[in-house]
Write a protein that binds this ligand. Structure first.
Ligand code: MRU
Length: 357
């Protein structure tokens, strides 16, 4: 079974279900699951069955559409429909705090409701369906564009390091950090990819190494604490990572350990690129200090992957799921509108004004 043949996130129209690859089962099993209730979808996001900022956004869009369908069956008027829609939206939005794509997608869906107040509830639900499908289709186009721009920054034969999984499994088709790799592969580039295993949930080992191997890349898995060694060996020409939220000043929240990789890259003069759909750029967040960082359970570090606990019982644990990479460590941020360099706030303002046109 090849994971590349499966959709990361899709809508099953007949069953009215959100269909995902259960990423907690990878790489040992490719299990495709269908989720119908809002609670099941909330759990899937919370438990990282579907994860990665763009994939979470797409799943939330489809999830809220499915709930709107249900609400429409019993809502007596627009106000009742809207109030129940808002409650479902807030609930889904509480599943994870850091990836802005979640609220971005849910807000887009809410705008569809608000801008079509004068239509019947059935017509509004049809428009919500259209919007959810557009969010999904857009992800493919956006990641492709990031891939094309990213490819201009590398050359055939390069060694690239990536952290966590910002691949197809974190989006719909190309991923973000992996988009230049997939587009390069299409054009015949032979790239050497180094994947950090990404403690504690091992998205690099379980997901990135897996999907890149299945896609036929030359991929080498390393522990997180080996990144300095491979850089010093001269094996890395550039680092590409994804992100969960980019602040207006260019500070970037991404999987825990990203800032360590960026610091090392600076030490070894290796360009450090962040691949960010504009959906992940949050101009309402001024700096990285304003980003809420998800904290997770101690067991992920102490016992989850081991036959027996590998830390003393009751030891204090700090387990933030993300960290902030300061903008001065970032060589450039690659969006679907082009490559942005410091000062980032100016670059983003220019891009958003182009996007609004
Ligand atoms: O906790 P996760 O697995 O959802 O974290 C994912 C990441 O940190 C990714 O790098 C980020 O969401 C970008 S995905 C294109």
């Amino acid at each position: 079974m090849n994971a590349m043949n499966y959709d990361t996130v899709a809508l099953d129209e007949a069953k009215q279900a959100l269909v995902i690859i259960d990423q907690t089962k990878l790489p040992n099993a490719i299990e495709v699951i269908s989720l119908t209730s809002l609670k099941e979808i909330w759990d899937a996001i919370y438990l990282l069955k579907v994860r990665g900022a763009p994939a979470i956004g797409v799943a939330a869009g489809i999830g809220i559409y499915l709930e709107a369908l249900r609400i429409a069956d019993t809502a007596n008027n627009f106000d009742e429909f809207y109030q129940r829609f808002l409650k479902a939206k807030d609930y889904l939005n509480s599943s994870r705090p850091t990836a802005v794509n979640l609220s971005w997608s849910l807000n887009r869906m809410e705008q569809v409701v608000l801008q079509n107040k004068d239509k019947t509830i059935d017509e509004i639900v049809a428009l919500l369906h259209e919007e959810a499908m557009e969010i999904r289709a857009e992800d493919i186009r956006v990641c492709r564009a990031i891939g094309e721009f990213g490819l201009t920054l590398i050359k055939d034969g390069d060694g690239l390091l990536t952290h966590c999984n910002a691949g197809k499994l974190a989006a719909i088709k190309y991923g973000t950090a992996t988009a230049p790799m997939y587009v390069g592969q299409e054009k015949g580039y032979k790239l050497r990819i180094f994947a950090d295993e990404t403690r504690p949930l091992l998205q690099g080992a379980r997901l990135t190494a897996f999907e890149l191997q299945q896609a036929g890349f030359d991929v080498t898995l390393i522990c997180d604490n080996m990144a300095g060694a491979v850089m010093r060996n001269g094996w890395i020409n550039a680092v590409f990572v994804g992100c969960d939220r980019v602040a207006a000043n260019g500070d970037v929240a991404n999987k825990i350990g990203t800032s360590m990789v960026a610091t090392l890259a600076k030490r070894y003069n290796i360009p450090f690129y962040v691949c960010a759909p504009t959906a992940t750029v949050d101009m309402a967040t001024a700096t990285g200090n304003d980003i809420v960082i998800e904290q997770r359970k101690a067991a992920e570090i102490t016992s989850m992957w081991y036959e027996r606990p590998m830390a003393p019982l009751g030891v204090k644990v700090y387990n933030p799921a993300f960290d902030v990479t300061d903008n001065e460590l970032i060589t450039a941020i690659i969006t679907e509108y082009g490559i942005v360099r410091a000062p980032y706030d100016e670059g983003f303002r220019e891009i958003f004004s182009r996007k609004a046109r």
